[in-house]
Design a binder for this molecule. Structure first.
Ligand code: HEM
Length: 207
């Protein structure tokens, strides 16, 4: 029974990560009024820096999300350590690019200062925890690496939780902008709290 629950859990985890990870590709195939772009001014849509930030963010964010879940499989870590190392390097590079671009495009986030600060906070936590995890493994500190990677992927998973919360909040408040301001925080703060308890339960000492 426990085995079946585990398998279902893994399936849902991987399905959400890959599904939302591939979602940004729609922005490359559909017209320029798709999704969030519909709410942006023509001046912003014509801005080369913002476009670079936006596409850099969604492409590399999607990549980090789509591959990150694999790293949590004990089986893969023990049987194919090289795969774990290579995917890890790609993940870290993707986080650095997507995180910096995410913080940059947060300045023009829909919903103003509350949304802006929410996404900036998320971006900083994502970059900080990922770099701590990277430098920990460079020093062969596996526990610290695991602990910070749990935090890092919990931040990354905000892309999934955002897309679960947003429709519910939009229906609940009947106002997209209000929902968006709330979700800029709700998409990641509970994830980090969840990560905190998970890290503690696993006995991974951080600090
Ligand atoms: C974890 C750190 C992240 C930060 C700080 C962040 C930040 C942002 C910001 C500021 C925006 C623009 C909001 C606006 O202009 O109103 C945005 C949009 C977007 N982000 Fe992220 N994001 C993060 C993670 C991710 C990940 C992992 C993905 C992968 C799928 C992703 C995919 C997208 C997409 C597709 C959009 C366009 C909006 C939409 O279609 O829903 N983000 N993000």
């Amino acid at each position: 029974m426990k085995n079946t629950t585990n398998k279902v859990g893994w399936f849902v985890f991987a399905f959400l990560a890959i599904g939302v990870g591939l979602y940004p590709l729609l922005y490359f195939f559909l017209d320029r009024k798709f999704g969030l772009l519909a709410s942006k001014s023509d001046a912003l849509l014509a801005d080369v820096f913002w476009n670079t930030g936006f596409y850099g963010h969604i492409l590399f964010g999607g990549l980090a999300l789509a591959i990150g879940w694999v790293q949590f499989s004990k089986k893969i870590r023990s049987r194919q350590l090289n795969l774990h190392r290579n995917l890890g390097k790609v993940y870290v590079i993707a986080v650095v690019i997507s995180g910096i671009c995410g913080i940059f495009i947060a300045f023009n986030a829909t919903g103003g200062i509350i949304t802006m600060l929410g996404f900036m906070g998320l971006g900083l936590v994502w970059l900080y925890t990922t770099s701590k995890a990277y430098f920990a493994i460079r020093k062969a500190d596996i526990q610290l690496h695991q602990g910070f990677m749990i935090y890092s992927y919990a931040a990354c998973f905000a892309a999934v939780t955002l897309r679960i919360w947003l429709p519910l909040l939009t229906i609940g408040f009947g106002d997209f902008t209000v929902a968006y301001r709330i979700v800029a925080w709700l998409c990641w703060v509970p994830n980090i709290i969840f990560a905190y308890f998970w890290v503690r339960r696993k006995g991974l000492i951080i600090g």
